[in-house]
Design a protein around this ligand. Structure first.
Ligand code: NAD
Length: 338
């Protein structure tokens, strides 16, 4: 491996372009050596922000050119598997944006391929695990200082969503993050999912019935409720309140300058995940780069975690469509992912 990790970023859309700028401007020990993007205009724009990067239309061509030590996958979820397969066959480390794949059967296939290698090579881009406040809350749970965790109240609110956003994306694109981060911070897996539909927001696009309230039960007995709103207008907000035996902890509250003005008190709130989680995205990529350069390859959620989330999403989609409490049943974790 060259001194600097040479990364191929596959997909130069919104997230891919953001990661290319991040790697070029803020991440140490790595550079973007290849931009893999079938849309020539987007590829040229993105490569313009990554000095020295070569442009390819297919991951196979970038691999064949020997231009790559590691791959960052930022194509839409349904195209993850066709990129994961050649990258795994080449035996190079991979950071795959969430989800691992759109369903548990294809995620299982990816696990089988990965297990032919000597150790896990795939990290999944659940960046909330790199957010300082989520990490502090996880430490509080693990320390036992406040007693056992009993309840989690989570809010995940978006001002609006694009036309391409469908009803199932409430689960597969949005609650997918809570399905990863809550079991991680609570130290306990999800055993069931239920979805309640409160009164519909009349400001939601006609095709969407939202907000939804997602209830998860964890193996520990803790109950988690997630309010998922995507037409709430005022801003982007991800907050969590954890209820313990001896007290309550809150993260994700608005901060910064407090403003008293014309009889009001104001605090700024985010408008997008790109700013709310900017530091978490940076930390995620830096720690992955450091892990790869050390030879550890993964330092964060792995493909097994991605598979567990795919199972929870399937339960969530069923619960949203059919009602009732839907169990989440996972096979035992293979020793490979211990
Ligand atoms: N972690 C997060 O918070 C977060 C936020 C947004 C998106 N994402 C994830 O990032 C990924 C990309 O999302 P996006 O919003 O940037 O999508 P996008 O539609 O903006 O961009 C995707 C790009 O991939 C390209 N592409 C499609 N197939 C390709 C292929 N086979 N090879 C190379 N390029 C290909 C498209 O031409 C497009 O430029 C998705 O997996 C999404 O779930 C994660």
């Amino acid at each position: 491996m060259s001194a600097e990790l040479r990364i191929a970023v596959v997909g130069a859309g919104m997230m891919g372009a953001d990661h290319i700028a991040r790697i070029t401007e803020r991440i140490s020990g790595a550079r973007v050596s290849a931009v893999v993007e079938p849309d020539a205009g987007r590829a040229a724009d993105a490569a313009g922000h990554a000095p020295g990067a070569e442009v390819f239309a297919r991951i196979e061509d970038a691999l064949a050119a020997g231009a790559v030590d590691a791959v960052l996958i930022a194509v839409p979820g349904q195209f993850h598997e066709p990129v994961l397969r050649p990258a795994l066959a080449a035996g190079i480390p991979i950071l795959c944006e969430k989800p691992l794949t759109p369903d548990s059967a294809s995620s299982w296939e990816v696990l089988q391929l990965e297990q032919q290698l000597d150790r896990p090579h795939i990290q999944v881009g659940f960046m909330r695990r790199f957010d300082d406040e989520y990490r502090a809350l996880r430490e509080l749970v693990a320390s036992g200082e406040a007693g056992e965790l009993l309840l989690v109240h989570a809010q995940h609110r978006n001002p609006s969503v694009p036309e391409s956003y469908t009803q199932n994306m409430l689960i597969n694109d949005s609650v997918v993050h809570e399905f990863d981060v809550v079991p991680w911070l609570a130290g306990s897996p999800i055993v069931s999912v239920e979805v309640k539909r409160p009164r519909r927001n009349s400001l939601a696009p006609e095709r969407l019935s939202e907000p939804i309230l997602v209830l998860m039960e964890l193996e520990s007995g803790a109950i988690v409720d997630v309010e998922m709103s995507v037409s709430i207008q005022f801003g982007y907000q991800v907050t969590t309140e954890a209820v313990f035996e001896r007290g309550v902890a809150r993260i994700g509250q608005p901060g910064g300058m407090q403003r008293f003005d014309a009889g009001t008190f104001r605090l700024a709130e985010h408008l997008s995940f790109t700013t709310r989680f900017a530091a978490a995205y940076d930390a995620q990529i830096q720690r992955w780069v450091d892990a790869v350069r050390r030879g550890d390859l993964v330092d964060g959620p792995n493909a097994w975690d991605g598979y567990l989330v795919a199972l929870a999403c399937e339960a969530g989609v069923t619960a949203m469509a059919e009602g009732g409490v839907v169990p989440v049943e996972a096979p035992p974790r293979p020793a490979f992912y211990a």
